[in-house]
Design a protein around this ligand. Structure first.
Ligand SMILES: Nc1ncnc2c1ncn2[C@@H]1O[C@H](COP(=O)(O)OP(=O)(O)O)[C@@H](O)[C@H]1O
Ligand SMILES: N[C@@H](CCC(=O)OP(=O)(O)O)C(=O)O
Length: 273
C-alpha cells in the first residue's frame, strides 16, 4: 500500500531518522549485525512509526581486505577511489541480504557534496528519498567515492549523514560507531574514561580538544568528525545520538530514550530546506 506525504515531506504520521554505520562496525559485525540492524529498522517502522534513511561506510575497508596489493596506509586518492568501486557492491550485497531476510527492500543512493549543495540536484535527491519512503523502501546511502575528488568530498560519512538529516528534515541522527558514545577522553587510550550521556551543545572548546584520529585502521575522522556532524545537525534542528552499533537492540533502545551512548540536543526547530 502506498502512503501519502505530509506537507513537511515525511510520510504521513511517520517520524524520520537518519542512521549512519561506521566502517569498523560494518566490517567487524558482518552479516549477523547487519541483519540485526535491519530487523530493528522493520520494528521501528511497525511499532514506533519511525522511517529510516540509512547511511553506510565500509566500501573502502571491504575492498582493502580483498585486494592484497592495496596499501594499508598512505593510499592515494585514486587508490581509495578504485577500492571504493570494488567495495561498494560488496557492502550493498550484505545490506540486500539483510534487508531481504527481514522482508524489506533497499535502494542504493551514492552522493557527492555537489548533489546536496546544488539546488536542483538536492531537490532531485529529496524527491527520490521521499518516493522510496512512500513505497516503504529503505534508502542506503554512501558517498560516491569513486568520482569524488578532494574538492568535492564530504570528507567523511559523519558529515554526509548530518547533511542528509538536515535536507530530509529528520528528527534524529544516530551515529553507530565502535565505542559507547563520547567519553571525557579516548576510551581506547584511557581505561578510566567516563561516558558523557548528554550534551546540550557541541562547543568550539570541545571540538578543539577532541581527537581527529580514527580508533581503528578502517574509520575516518574519529570522534571529532562525529561531534562536528552533531553540531551541524543541531544547528538545523536535528538531535544526534552517538551509540555503539553492536549493542543489542540499540536502535530500539534509542527509540525508547534509554540511557545509551551520548545524546546531543538540537539547537532550534527544524526549518524547511
Ligand atoms: N573522547 C572520545 N570518546 C570516544 N571515542 C573517542 C574519543 N576520542 C577518540 N575516540 C575514538 O574515536 C573512534 C571512533 O571513530 P572512528 O574510528 O572514525 O569510527 P567510525 O568508523 O565508526 O566512524 C573510537 O574508536 C575511539 O577510539
Ligand atoms: N565512504 C567511505 C567511508 C568514509 C568514512 O567516513 O568512514 P567511517 O569513518 O568509518 O564512517 C567508504 O564507504 O569506505
Amino acid at each position: 500500500m502506498s502512503k501519502s506525504q505530509t506537507e513537511t515531506g515525511n510520510t504521513q504520521g511517520m517520524r524520520r531518522w537518519v542512521v549512519k554505520a561506521g566502517s569498523n562496525m560494518v566490517l567487524s559485525g558482518g552479516p549477523l549485525l547487519l541483519r540485526a540492524w535491519m530487523q530493528q529498522v522493520a520494528q521501528l517502522r511497525r511499532e514506533h512509526n519511525i522511517e529510516v534513511i540509512w547511511v553506510t561506510s565500509g566500501a573502502i575497508a571491504s575492498a582493502a581486505d580483498r585486494v592484497p596489493s592495496a596499501r594499508k596506509k598512505g593510499r592515494t586518492l585514486s587508490e581509495k577511489q578504485a577500492l571504493s568501486a570494488i567495495g561498494q557492491p560488496m557492502v550493498m550485497d550484505l545490506y540486500n541480504l539483510a534487508l531481504n531476510a527481514t522482508g524489506l527492500l533497499g535502494a542504493q543512493i551514492l552522493l557527492t557534496y555537489d548533489d546536496i549543495a546544488d539546488d536542483v540536484r538536492r531537490r532531485n535527491f529529496q524527491n527520490t528519498v521521499e518516493q522510496l519512503l512512500t513505497w516503504d523502501v529503505t534508502p542506503v546511502l554512501n558517498e560516491n567515492d569513486a568520482v569524488a575528488t578532494e574538492e568535492i568530498k564530504f570528507g567523511d560519512n559523519d558529515s554526509l549523514s548530518a547533511r542528509v538529516a538536515w535536507v530530509t528534515r529528520a528528527e534524529r541522527l544516530l551515529i553507530l560507531t565502535d565505542v559507547a558514545g563520547l567519553y571525557d577522553s579516548d576510551p581506547r587510550k584511557n581505561p578510566h574514561a567516563t561516558r558523557v550521556s548528554h550534551l546540550k551543545r557541541v562547543t568550539q572548546e570541545l571540538l578543539d580538544s577532541t581527537d581527529k584520529g580514527s580508533g581503528s585502521s578502517r574509520g575516518t575522522g574519529g570522534m571529532y568528525s562525529k561531534l562536528s556532524a552533531a553540531q551541524l545537525a543541531a544547528e538545523h534542528g536535528v538531535e544526534t545520538w552517538l551509540v555503539q552499533g553492536d549493542v543489542p537492540s540499540v536502535l530500539l533502545q534509542v527509540a525508547n530514550n534509554a540511557d545509551v551512548g551520548t545524546r546531543i540536543d538540537a539547537m532550534r526547530r527544524r526549518r524547511e530546506k
